[in-house]
Design a protein around this ligand. Structure first.
Ligand code: SF4
Length: 196
């Protein structure tokens, strides 16, 4: 592909990222949050409880641990986020939404709905091409370490599906060396490593 075409795609991506960032920033500000705080609430809501640590949050946000702590603290003080004991490791704590955090997140998600409507307005072929192209770009950025994408277990190199058939936790993760229920394996994990 010619350099001009690549430059054109890059310019479109930058414009898009500014537009999406602006919309999300506005939505977050409307409920008194910074974009990073809004992302932290989404992280706490969607990440599997045993993976929702501040360390993983730092990876997902692409910031240092101390910065992630600085993002979390005001949310804890505001009563929308709390630290809970880790379900399997007594030395660690995980992040979880409080009931008022869940209500705040629901308000935030209405902003994302606006972006969803714009996407739904595209024809099917454009959507499929976009999905393919963006998927490839996300994959490249993830492989080069510029992006951490939390994803369910399916397709992860560490996933051993149906390792204990007929049990309540039939799947196994070779990374954390633990059996997982069907529901757990469907939740988002920031350690997801695409199988080659
Ligand atoms: S590392 Fe992979 S297999 Fe293990 S819990 Fe995370 S997504 Fe699932």
């Amino acid at each position: 592909m010619s350099r001009e075409r690549v430059d054109g795609i890059l310019a479109s991506l930058l414009r898009l990222s500014r537009a999406v960032d602006g919309t999300l920033r506005e939505g977050a500000a409307a409920v008194g949050l910074t974009p990073a705080q809004a992302e932290t609430l989404r992280f706490a809501a969607r990440t599997r409880p045993d993976m929702a640590t501040v360390g993983q949050l730092a990876r997902v946000l692409g910031v240092r641990h101390a910065t992630a702590v600085g993002i979390v603290e005001p949310l804890v003080e505001r009563g929308v986020l709390e630290r809970r004991p880790h379900p399997y490791d007594g030395r660690r704590r995980v992040l979880a939404l409080t009931p008022s955090g869940r209500r705040l997140l629901a308000r935030l998600e209405r902003v994302a709905a606006e972006l969803r409507r714009e996407l739904e307005g595209l024809d099917r072929t454009s959507l499929e091409r976009l999905e393919l192209g963006l998927g490839a770009l996300v994959d490249t950025l993830r492989r080069s370490g510029l992006l951490v994408v939390a994803a369910p277990c399916a397709g992860c190199a560490h996933f051993r599906p149906n390792a204990a058939p007929g049990t309540k936790a039939p799947h196994r993760c070779a990374l954390i060396e633990r059996y997982l229920s069907e529901a757990e394996s469907r939740m988002l994990c920031p350690e997801h490593t695409p199988a080659a």
